[in-house]
Design a protein. Structure first.
Length: 370
């Protein structure tokens, strides 16, 4: 409960008029002062009653690509024994405030209200909680009651239909395997706690005895060549925010194209790794979730520093680089990685570069693979 600006002004005027009336001996001023004070008290009494509400919110769907439709569905239930009149409510959606008109609710009755969520910008958008605002007709007082828990909408980058050619050579000693192979030679990678569904034959009993809990071997597939996607996140190499957004979409499109073929994908920026997948059915969603939160940095780490890290990476596979107006020395450092990777493909995104639009991106990626 709080007074509005009008209420605070009226309260101050009422006090001043009442004091002046008694000090100067003018009863007319006292009548005006008392009237102001009574108006403030009436406003507080009007705004005080609160509805007993239970609020549940659903966000459908919880993950969307940038520009796609998403809806918040708010279900308000009157938990009281008396009819609840129509309420004026609002919810925060990122940096916006959306009006949510709640219709009258009968005792124990419920109503559903839905509204569109903003999806123009990529990232995690906080939604809610529901704030019910009750005020008096004169605008003296205002009471805000928070109902329900906040939710979140994840806006992921858009993807474009990019081709996914052979990622690299098979480096097994025993010989080559087919590109379409899903399961192949696996090697030990690490130990982790046993989870329901793990194969019992992978339990490492000696480590389990030392740890006091079941430990299982984590294995990785050595047959499928890994695709490495390097995204340059420096703000200075892109002309504007739209160019950086297209660069994120390019990285997302490349990563999901290879993840869709069940090939392992490693995703990183000049600041470090973002995600690494092993060729499973949910890999594309995991990669898009991480890219949804990528932001452009300041000076950032240059491509040459990232290249030094990649020189120590496991050899083989495809290296796909998405950058902007990088320096010639940085592009030369990328070309030198051909000694480490089977293939190196780079796309420069931005006005006047390889790709300034989704259509140009598709053509530039085909040319880079060729």
């Amino acid at each position: 409960m709080s007074l509005t600006g009008t209420g605070r002004g009226t309260l101050g005027a009422g006090v001043a008029l009442t004091v002046a009336a008694y000090g100067l001996g003018y009863p007319e001023l006292a009548i005006l002062g008392v009237g102001c004070l009574l108006a403030v008290l009436a406003g507080l009494a009007w705004a005080w009653p609160g509805a007993r509400l239970r609020v549940r919110r659903e966000i459908v769907p919880a993950r969307v690509s940038r520009g796609e439709a998403a809806v918040a569905v708010v279900t308000a239930t009157n938990a009281g024994r008396w009819r609840c009149p129509g309420l004026r409510a609002e919810e925060a959606c990122g940096d916006r405030v959306v009006a949510v008109p709640v219709p009258p609710l009968p005792p124990r009755g419920a109503r559903r209200v839905s509204y569109l969520l903003p999806t123009e910008r990529r990232g995690r958008i906080g939604v809610g909680p529901l704030r019910v605002v009750r005020g008096d007709p004169l605008g003296m007082a205002r009471r805000v009651v928070v109902h329900g828990e906040p939710g979140a909408l994840l806006v992921r980058p858009r993807t474009h239909p990019l081709p996914a050619s052979q990622a690299g050579r098979d480096r097994r000693v025993e010989g080559a395997a087919a590109d379409s192979a899903v399961n192949g030679a696996v090697v030990f990678h690490s130990l982790r706690e046993y989870a329901p569904g793990d194969e019992p034959r992978r339990i490492h009993w000696r480590s389990s005895a030392r740890a006091g809990t079941l430990m299982t071997r984590e294995l990785v597939d050595e047959i499928r060549a890994r695709t490495t996607v390097l995204l340059d996140v420096r703000a200075g190499v892109y002309g504007d925010e739209a160019a950086f957004e297209l660069a994120v979409e390019a990285a997302a499109s490349i990563a999901t194209a290879y993840a869709g073929r069940r090939w392992p994908v490693r995703l990183l920026t000049g600041d470090g790794p973002l995600a690494e997948t092993r060729g499973g059915p949910g890999d594309a969603d995991a990669l898009l979730d991480r890219l949804a939160l990528v932001a452009s940095g300041g000076a950032g780490t240059g491509l040459r520093a990232a290249c030094e890290t990649l020189r120590r990476a496991r050899p083989g596979g495809l290296l796909a680089v998405v950058t902007g107006a990088a320096e010639p020395a940085e592009l030369a450092a990328l070309r030198s990685l051909r000694a480490v990777f089977d293939r190196v493909a780079a796309v420069r995104v931005g006005p006047g570069l390889d790709a300034g639009s989704p259509e140009e991106l598709i053509a530039a990626w085909r040319a880079a693979l060729a």
